[in-house]
Design a protein around this ligand. Structure first.
Ligand code: MTE
Ligand code: MO
Length: 378
């Protein structure tokens, strides 16, 4: 007796190549933006070797825009990916499942693409919520899998080039059986996907694009919440520094001519005011008014050479963000301050009392708080 199982029948245009291509190009665009801005963020945080000196310190909002786009395009990709998977899932039931070596390789690349894309979007999304329910370290893994996804995506687009070309030229070919006209069903599917993308974007993008902050609904961070109206990622208590006593505080500037300043010495130096954002890699961003001493003034006093880099060291004893490095463009920028005040008041302990770094066009993780030492490095 022969057992006959017939695969489910999928008819209708919502599962056809034209719908898949329509959604796919928006998904592809979201992934492209996400990948490029991810690379920008990666290189600004971990510049390889001599590249550290090429990182620009302007425009001041550069990293804020780039990282805002990274998180927004990742969030927009979620409904797009779900819609795309729904459109193409009948292919999972196509028989025979494997037709040739070439077909098997193509299926394998799609499996890598789908798994990698789901991994990147879910880990990225949980990261914006500062929730790390996994045993590996987020940044290197998120970065490595991004390359895997992009490789599989390029392969996928190459394999599907005939379908994509047929869609763009609106030519119906016999083998691909693309309907020449769009039907109302397809239009309403695409409109719903577009509405979903608009909804998730508008209700989250306010965390970095403050004019839309009143629409925040799902965004994990409200840019207005926090001491001195500025969010905090790691509090003084969590960092183990608590409130640093004024009398005990010293700033050491280590260079060709090293020196040490007390808090009163720092307050007596020329103070400057700047308006600069904290742009956290996790997607929130907020501008504030900072005042303090120019880092370039502190470096000149130590006779630092013009091309010197600077290592900024926190009084925090443990944790990945206690040290940050700065190329000479950031170190010499007149907007780069060792800030003592925020929005007209002394820094709150959670914002780095008594002194924190604030520099233009710089990822939030590198805006070191509770600074105790500036080291001139060559
Ligand atoms: N020493 C130290 N500095 C730090 C951090 C930290 O954990 N330790 N967190 C960084 C991160 S991730 C961000 S986004 C900003 C947050 O700055 P805020 O608390 O002033 O808003 O501080 C940065 N500076
Ligand atoms: Mo951050």
């Amino acid at each position: 007796m022969k057992l006959h199982v017939s695969p489910p029948a999928f008819r209708g245009r919502l599962h056809d190549p034209r719908t898949a291509t329509s959604i796919g190009r928006w998904l592809g665009a979201a992934f492209a933006v996400c990948f490029v801005t991810g690379l920008i963020s990666h290189f600004m945080q971990h510049p390889p070797g001599s590249l550290a000196d090429d990182i620009p310190s302007r425009p001041v909002w550069g990293y804020r825009l780039s990282q805002g786009l990274h998180v927004a395009s990742g969030i927009a990709a979620v409904p797009l990916l779900l819609a795309k998977l729904w459109t193409v899932y009948p292919h999972l039931f196509a028989r025979p499942p494997l037709r040739s070596v070439k077909h098997a390789l193509e299926r394998l690349s799609v499996a890598v693409l789908v798994a990698g894309a789901l991994f990147e979007l879910s880990t990225g999304l949980l990261n914006t919520a500062q929730w790390y329910p996994w045993p590996f370290s987020f940044v290197p893994v998120h970065y490595a899998v991004a390359w895997l996804v992009v490789g599989a995506l390029v392969l996928h687009v190459a394999v599907k080039a005939p379908e994509i070309r047929a869609h763009w030229t609106r030519r119906s070919s016999g083998t691909l059986a693309l309907p020449a006209q769009d039907g109302p069903d397809r239009r309403s599917l695409l409109a719903s996907v577009g509405a979903a993308v608009a909804a998730v974007t508008l209700t989250t993008v306010g965390q970095s694009f403050t004019p839309l902050k009143d629409l925040l609904l799902f965004a994990p961070r409200d840019p207005d919440k926090g001491p001195q109206s500025l969010p905090v990622n790691r509090t003084a208590a969590a960092a183990g520094v608590g409130r640093i006593a004024d009398e005990a505080y010293r700033l050491v500037v280590a260079g060709p001519r090293s020196y040490t300043l007390t808090l009163d010495d720092l307050r007596a130096l020329p103070q400057h005011e700047v308006e600069l954002p904290i742009a956290c890699v996790e997607g929130w961003s907020k501008s504030a008014r900072w005042s303090g001493v120019r880092v370039v003034d502190l470096l000149e006093r130590a006779s630092a050479p013009a091309h010197a880099r600077v290592r900024v060291v926190s009084l925090q004893l443990r944790g990945g963000y206690r040290v940050s490095e700065m190329g000479h463009r950031h170190a010499r920028d007149p907007l780069t301050l060792l800030a003592l005040r925020l929005n007209g008041e002394e820094l709150h302990p959670d914002h780095g009392y008594p002194a924190r770094l604030i520099a233009p066009d710089r990822p939030g993780v590198l805006q070191t708080k509770w600074v105790g030492r500036l080291e001139v490095t060559s």
